[in-house]
Design a protein. Structure first.
Length: 477
């Protein structure tokens, strides 16, 4: 596409803001110049290049996905479903400590930097084409290829490298997580500081680096206090897994005679800069504490739903907590995740009005941007960053359109995203990537992941049930 200083996107329906609330405008042009939205007009300026126009185009702010693990998604396709756990409280332990963490450790040991980058390229391609324009990603120190990938692919990116004092190594025969002590925590923090200094505010300020302590069970009190000090010193955000398993609840209660939320408060971590992922085993007393400290909760219902575990969005939002949505490295489909949040909430609450469509759209736009402290994101208005998406509602399963937001949320798939713009640059047009050779990215990413599969399977790193019906293309390796 020729470089133009001014673009125009024509929307039949435009999700804009009025007095801080979502509102639908009809038949408008969104005008961008450089990396900003400069105007919303009734007609197209003659100087603007028209980059998207459809008689039925719904234009919205780009989605903000605030909890994800790219490597988990691309490495575990077809491995993490239908797990043999009979008790739903066993599922999160088996998933996180029996599969995800050991797999990622193997990937660090097996893949070189180019292969690691190829794996993240594949994941971020999926993310971008699905309508996410801002991603918060947790990854291992040593996987900084994800920052390089985000830079080159044009994504707005919040990198949150893991910090741990005790690394998970598997699950015991009794179903309890196992850990090993990390002796070089100082080196780990030094690596984080190097990553921060290298990438924070780079790529025209598309990249930000924050702190990603893994969880209350993997971070001792000394590390958590150091993380609070780093966040205050570097003025960056923090995200942590909180109350994601019952074993975590029992462990922290046994160690400190506190709940995980109370433990984080005791260590000084709770605050408005903290994003707590999951919180599904948190008590109402814990949620009240999180609310008092202005903590934001990230809800990821599909991850837990596949294990028969409720992760109801409404439980947190109706408690008064700012609640946002993440894909947690499972499918990485933010559209499907929103719909799952609605379905799980309605089933859990037994009410049709639980978690309405407009609230969910706000969760991945305005509310998410507010947690980030970014009034220039999550909104289509003059002065905001030019991050937006378009969905063509001319397809038969959208027609006729009554309410465009409800029609989109309950009928769309991520493949229906036809336009993606980040920072004023068109990344996807007519559902086709404008920035990469998709076939090459898929091929290289698949080769990298299959190397990890082979290593994990041949060495028995995870339980055999994960590979029960495993297909491996031996002709390619």
């Amino acid at each position: 596409m020729p470089i133009s200083t001014q673009y125009a996107v024509h929307a039949k329906w435009l999700l804009a803001v009025d007095d801080g609330k979502p509102t639908i405008l009809y038949n408008r042009y969104v005008i961008t110049e450089g990396n900003e939205i400069t105007a919303i007009t009734d007609t197209k300026p003659s100087s603007a290049e028209l980059v998207a126009e459809s008689g039925e185009l719904l234009v919205m702010p780009g989605f903000i996905n605030l909890h994800n693990h790219c490597s988990s998604s691309v490495m575990f396709r077809g491995l993490s479903e239908d797990m043999p756990s009979d008790n739903p409280t066993d599922f999160p332990v088996d998933l996180v400590y029996g599969l995800l963490m050991p797999f990622n450790t193997a990937a660090l040991e097996v893949l070189n930097s180019d292969e690691t980058r190829a794996m993240f390229d594949l994941g971020l391609l999926e993310i971008i084409k699905g309508g996410t324009t801002t991603l918060m990603e947790q990854f291992r120190i040593g996987q900084q290829g994800t920052c390089e990938s985000a830079t080159d692919m044009g994504l707005r990116f919040y990198g949150m490298p893991y910090l741990m004092s005790h690394a998970p190594v598997g699950v015991t025969s009794e179903g309890q997580p196992q850990y090993r002590s990390i002796k070089d925590v100082d080196d780990l923090i030094g690596d984080w500081e190097n990553l921060f200094n290298t990438f924070n505010c780079s790529a025209n300020d598309r990249l930000r680096i924050g702190l990603g302590p893994h969880g209350t069970d993997t971070c001792d009190a000394d590390l958590i206090r150091r993380i609070r000090g780093l966040a205050d010193t570097y003025d960056c955000l923090i995200t942590i897994h909180l109350s994601q398993t019952e074993s975590e609840e029992d462990m922290i209660q046994g160690r400190y005679d506190m709940t995980p939320s109370e433990y984080l408060d005791y260590c000084g971590l709770l605050g408005p800069d903290l994003l707590a992922a999951h919180c599904i085993f948190a008590s109402n007393q814990d949620l009240e504490l999180l609310k008092t400290r202005n903590v934001t909760v990230a809800n990821c219902p599909l991850t837990f739903g596949r294990g028969g575990v409720f992760a109801p969005y409404h439980k947190f939002s109706e408690f008064g907590l700012r609640t946002v949505i993440g894909t947690d490295g499972y499918r990485m489909d933010i559209v499907g995740e929103m719909r799952a949040a609605a379905l799980v909430s309605k089933l859990h609450a037994g009410r049709a009005n639980a978690t309405p469509s407009y609230e969910l759209i706000s969760a991945v736009t305005i509310a998410a941007a507010d947690y980030l402290g970014r009034p220039d994101l999550g909104r289509i208005m003059p002065g905001a960053r030019a991050d937006l998406i378009g969905i063509d509602l001319a397809k038969p399963y959208f027609q006729p359109v009554s309410d465009p937001i409800k029609t989109f949320l309950w009928n769309a798939d991520r493949s229906d995203v036809s336009l993606v713009m980040v920072d004023g640059k068109v990344l996807v047009k007519e559902a086709i990537s404008q920035f990469c050779d998709e076939d090459k990215i898929i091929r290289k990413g698949v080769d990298a992941v299959k190397r990890v599969w082979k290593e994990v399977h041949s060495k028995g790193i995870v339980n055999d049930h994960f590979f029960e019906n495993w297909y491996y293309d031996s002709e390619r390796h």
